[in-house]
Write a new protein. Sequence first.
Length: 278
Amino acid sequence: MKKPAIKPLSKFSGPLLLAGAGKMGGAMLDGWVACGLAPKRIVVIEPQPGKAVKALARRGLKLNPKGKAVEAAAIVIAVKPQTAPEAVTPLGAYVGKATLVLSIMAGRTIGFLEKSLPPDTAIVRAMPNTPAAIGRGISVAVANAKVSTRQRKLASGLLAAIGKVEWAAEEVLMDAVTALSGSGPAYVFLLVEAMTKAGIAAGLPARLAARLARETVAGAGELLHRSTLDAATLRQNVTSPGGTTAAALEVLIGPGGFDELLTKAIATAARRGRELAG
Ligand SMILES: NC(=O)c1ccc[n+]([C@@H]2O[C@H](COP(=O)([O-])OP(=O)(O)OC[C@H]3O[C@@H](n4cnc5c(N)ncnc54)[C@H](OP(=O)(O)O)[C@@H]3O)[C@@H](O)[C@H]2O)c1
């Protein structure tokens, strides 16, 4: 996977069309505006716009425009994958020769998008994750053969507004990406739940166990984020030989432990992704 070149959004003249301003589309919209994209350059199609979208509409964003479709410089598709069959085809009216289509729909393949949109459309499929809501997500993107270098930079810029960006050389990797980073936040939340239960089992009051588990995972995550050291070194730094952490890690690293469980869980999620893809 290559490091993307990021293009600042303040230089992007649009129009940028967002289809679906729900949780993820809304987070992207907030990110774009925070990165300097003027609301007047944005068009949103959303049946049930929230307060934030309506507020941007008062600042010039075009919400559910009627009349003849104008050619968009970029279209971001953030509707649910189940909605795609009816939502994607009408977006073809906004596609011109220079339009980039960026889809973040889980499991919806480039092949599906190519069939639903005009011939030769430049398409990027990306998979973000929920920390996007606080600008700390990570997205992996993959492009079809029609995407130019300029459009690739634009896609990187649009995704960088909600966090880090990586590019995959092949679409086949997207099931494993979805299983690791797309679903990954749920594994971390489960870790907090499991640590809470284990703390209660070790005799702690429930409220204290929940607080300790939550703050420990959040703090360790932030430490990892800010540190230049890798996770294994950070782990070794808090593990003295023969101590309490070492005793716990012996259980976690042993047979049937973390590595084995996560390998199995991520392989199962990737397999489910392949079954659902279309
Ligand atoms: N949330 C995540 O963590 C995450 C992570 C990776 C990828 N994704 C992908 O991001 C996409 C959006 O997920 P989400 O969690 O943001 O879902 P969401 O909150 O349900 O947002 C989807 C929005 O699209 C609207 N919509 C429905 N039909 C539409 C149409 N024809 N044209 C325009 N908008 C339409 C929906 O309105 P109604 O509510 O009225 O139907 C809703 O507001 C999904 O494809 C998902 O796979 C999400």
